[in-house]
Design a protein around this ligand. Structure first.
Ligand SMILES: *Cc1c(COP(=O)(O)O)cnc(C)c1O
Length: 349
């Protein structure tokens, strides 16, 4: 039987497909033991095998550099475990909680900050754990927003998403339910009519549903992805984009500019540009904070405000996400720097 619809899971298949050289196979196999290869064929079809620096290949094809564990790398880079009061809940900010119904994805991003846990099918929450998580949220009126993440929560499929939203609709103090997903990019066909309908808030819900789509390069906005995003926005769901700043993928002003322009054209608001977390074996993806700040400064001079995300760092250890500049106002000299780098004095008051 033909397996041509199944995602690539074995590095040897990448050799057969002409996506890696046979000489690279041993290293790719080794990298894939730490975090398995998972690459849908439709996504792999976007890779230009003639381009050794292809931004899609770099995000999804295991690399020898992943075997390099740096002293600063950590298994739990943003302190998920520290702030998890019970299975499937991370509660770090008073007004919002993360809910992680499963830890599987349709594709494995090599830079994943949860790469030590993602892919574990046994980590899916049981119905009893889901009930306990809902009870946790229901008991805390200060929680106004539930961020459903994972893994990729859209892997739940329309039926279970519908059930989850119906259960959340019974909690009166929620303003927003937000899904964090990469499915529109890595498996756009799964954003079908049933999925779109399932994501709409049930009539009795007091909350709206937002989607935050993870996307790092304009090349990921292939026609199938653009259509998937349009199906979501046409229904009235507000869409945000989260981008990870990745060395060798999007660490240039021109690349980020093209991505952010394409997103706003597509009715998706760039929300965060994330500085990469200290996940083990991802050091080769990390630019310096100074490089990220310089890129943001350049973009501020070039791009519309609606196309500019906030550049954020999740402080290692679980201390929270904060903007990391660049700064324009200097308190000591009472000067403000314009987008082209010139300083101007502005009396306070
Ligand atoms: C990222 C994150 C959130 C959401 O943060 P926003 O700044 O609202 O996008 C919430 N809880 C935890 C634990 C997080 O890591």
């Amino acid at each position: 039987m033909s397996q041509s619809h199944l995602p690539y899971r074995r590095p040897a298949e990448l050799v057969e497909a002409g996506l890696i050289d046979a000489a690279a196979l041993a290293a790719v196999e080794q990298a894939a033991t730490a975090f398995p290869l998972l690459l849908p064929r439709q996504l792999a079809a976007l890779i230009d095998p003639a381009d050794p620096a292809d931004p899609i290949a770099r995000q999804f094809v295991p690399q020898a550099e992943e075997m390099e564990i740096r002293p600063e790398d950590r298994a739990d880079p943003i302190g998920d475990q520290t702030y998890s009061p019970q299975a499937g809940i991370v509660h770090r900010y008073p007004d919002r909680v993360l809910l992680t119904p499963l830890l599987t994805c349709a594709a494995h991003c090599r830079f994943c900050f949860r790469r030590t846990r993602v892919g574990d099918t046994a980590a899916a929450m049981s119905p009893a754990e889901i009930d306990a998580a809902l009870a946790y949220i229901a008991a805390r009126p200060e929680v106004r927003e539930v961020v459903i993440t994972g893994g990729d929560p859209l892997m739940l499929g329309p039926r279970r998403i519908g059930l989850l939203l119906a259960a959340l609709a019974g909690i009166a103090h929620l303003d927003v339910v937000r899904f964090h997903t990469r499915l529109p990019v890595v498996a756009p066909d799964r954003i079908d009519a049933a999925m779109v309908a399932a994501l709409c808030p049930p009539p009795q819900a007091g909350f709206s549903v937002w989607l935050a789509v993870q996307i790092n390069h304009a090349r990921e906005l292939a026609p199938a992805t653009a259509q998937a995003l349009a199906r979501l926005t046409d229904t009235g769901l507000p869409l945000l984009a989260q981008t990870v700043l990745l060395k060798g993928v999007n660490d240039s002003a021109a690349t980020l500019e093209a991505l952010f322009r394409a997103l706003v054209r597509q009715r998706v608001r760039p929300y965060y540009l994330h500085h990469p977390d200290l996940a083990p074996g991802t050091g080769h993806f990390r630019p310096s904070l100074a490089e990220g700040r310089a890129l943001m400064r350049t973009l501020r001079g070039r791009l519309s405000g609606i196309a500019l995300p906030t550049y954020v760092l999740d402080i290692p250890g679980g201390f929270g996400k904060v903007p990391v500049g660049p700064d324009y106002w200097d308190e000591d000299s009472l000067t403000v720097t314009d987008p082209s780098g010139r300083r101007h004095s502005r009396p306070q008051g």
